[in-house]
Write a protein that binds this ligand. Structure first.
Ligand SMILES: Cc1cc2nc3c(=O)[nH]c(=O)nc-3n(C[C@H](O)[C@H](O)[C@H](O)COP(=O)(O)OP(=O)(O)OC[C@H]3O[C@@H](n4cnc5c(N)ncnc54)[C@H](O)[C@@H]3O)c2cc1C
Length: 309
C-alpha cells in the first residue's frame, strides 16, 4: 500500500494536484471547506468535493449522502518472511465464528510478507478482536516462527460490508472507496473496488469540470451497480447469520468439492469483485491529459502502526 500510495501521489502531482499530507478535513460551511494542517487552519473554496475518507466518512455526512451502517472490524499483522519459498506462498482462509464471527480469518503468505488477520462483527467477538487475533495467531495454519522475521506492522479498522451505498453523489461532490461502501460484500475486499470506482468517478468529475455542467455528476449513480451486487449482498447476509461452527464446517466441506473450489476461485480470485471494469494500467495506452485541481490526500495511515518486534 505504501508503494501504491507513493506512486499514485507522484502521478497526481505530475498532473497538477497539490497534496497536503497530515491535513484533516474538519467540516463544511456552504462552499467553504475547513481543513486543519501542520501549519494551522486552512479554508478551501471548492466547487466539488470527493470524500475518500474511509468507512466513517465525515465528507459523506456533510454532503448529505449515505453513510455506512453495516461494519465489520478487522485487524491484521504483517511480517517479512524469512525464506520466500519455504513454505511456498499460500492463502489460508479460516471460517470459524469463534475467531471471525460473520467473516473469516486469514494467513496470506505472498512470498514477501506473511499477513495474519481476522475480522468480524464487533458485537459478536466473545473476547474482543485483539484476543481473537492472538488466539488465531497461536494456531493459524502455515504460520511458524521460522516464517516470521523482522518488524511487524499492525493494521486495524472498520470494514463496510453493507454493499455500495444508495446515494454516493450529488451536485456538490461524491464518494469513493470505503466512504461509498465500495467493498465486495462477500469477500470484504475493498482495494480493487476502490480503484475501480475511483476511476469511474474521475472520468465523471473530469467531464463536469471541463464542461462546467454539474448535471454530469448525475451519471454517478449507484443503482445499476447495486443491482449487479445483489447476489453477493445476499450471500453476505447468510454469512452474517451463520454462528454455528458445525454449519460452517459443512459449508467448508462443500467448498472442498470440485464445484465448491470453482465457486471459491470465482469469488476470491476472479475479475468480478466489483461491477466496473478495471482501470487501464499505466503504460497500457491510456493518455492522461494534465488537469488543474487540488486535493487533500492521506494514505491509509491512521490504522497502521509499525513497531519493532
Ligand atoms: C485489517 C484490514 C485488512 C484488510 N485487508 C484487505 C485485503 O486484504 N484486501 C482488500 O482488498 N481490502 C482489505 N481491507 C479493506 C481495505 O483496506 C479498504 O477497503 C481500503 O483501504 C479502502 O480505501 P479508502 O481509501 O476508501 O479508505 P481508507 O484506506 O480507510 O483511507 C481513508 C483515509 O482517509 C483518512 N481520513 C479519514 N477521515 C479524514 C478526515 N476527516 N480528514 C482527512 N483524512 C481523513 C484516513 O486517515 C485514511 O487515511 C482491509 C481492511 C482492514 C481494516
Amino acid at each position: 500500500m505504501a508503494e501504491l500510495c507513493t506512486w499514485a501521489g507522484e502521478q497526481a502531482e505530475q498532473h497538477g494536484v497539490q497534496i497536503m499530507l497530515g491535513t484533516s478535513y474538519q467540516g463544511r460551511d456552504g462552499a467553504a471547506y475547513h481543513l486543519q494542517g501542520p501549519h494551522g487552519a486552512v479554508r478551501v473554496l471548492a466547487r466539488l468535493v470527493v470524500g475518500a475518507d474511509g468507512a466513517r466518512s465525515r465528507v459523506a455526512r456533510d454532503l448529505g449522502l449515505d453513510t455506512n451502517r453495516a461494519l465489520l472490524v478487522g485487524a491484521e499483522e504483517t511480517y517479512p518472511v524469512h525464506d520466500p519459498t519455504d513454505p511456498p506462498p499460500t492463502f489460508h482462509c479460516t471460517l470459524d465464528p469463534r475467531i471471525a464471527p460473520g467473516y473469516l480469518a486469514w494467513v496470506v503468505h505472498d512470498g514477501v510478507h506473511v499477513h495474519v488477520g481476522t475480522a468480524g462483527y464487533p458485537a459478536q467477538f466473545r473476547h474482543g478482536l485483539r484476543q481473537s487475533l492472538a488466539t488465531y495467531r497461536a494456531q493459524a495454519p502455515g504460520l511458524s516462527t521460522a516464517t516470521r522475521t523482522g518488524p511487524v506492522e499492525h493494521r486495524a479498522g472498520p470494514i463496510p460490508v453493507g454493499g455500495l451505498l444508495r446515494r454516493i453523489g450529488n451536485r456538490d461532490g461524491l464518494l469513493v472507496g470505503d466512504a461509498a461502501g465500495a467493498v465486495s460484500p462477500l469477500t470484504a475486499g475493498g482495494l480493487d473496488p476502490c480503484l475501480r470506482l475511483s476511476d469511474h468517478a474521475a472520468l465523471i468529475l473530469d467531464e463536469a469540470l471541463r464542461t462546467g455542467r454539474r448535471e454530469s455528476l448525475d451519471r454517478y449513480d449507484a443503482a445499476p451497480l447495486r443491482r449487479r451486487l445483489r447476489g453477493r449482498t445476499a450471500l453476505r447476509t447468510v454469512l452474517a447469520h451463520t454462528s454455528s461452527s458445525r454449519l460452517v464446517e459443512a459449508a467448508f466441506t462443500g467448498l472442498r468439492t470440485t464445484p465448491g473450489r470453482a465457486a471459491a476461485r470465482q469469488i476470491l480470485f476472479s475479475d468480478r469483485s466489483f461491477p466496473i471494469d478495471a482501470p487501464t494500467a499505466p503504460g497500457e495506452g491510456e493518455d492522461v491529459t494534465p488537469r488543474q485541481g487540488r486535493t487533500v490526500e492521506a494514505c491509509p495511515g491512521d490504522a497502521r502502526v509499525t513497531t519493532p518486534r
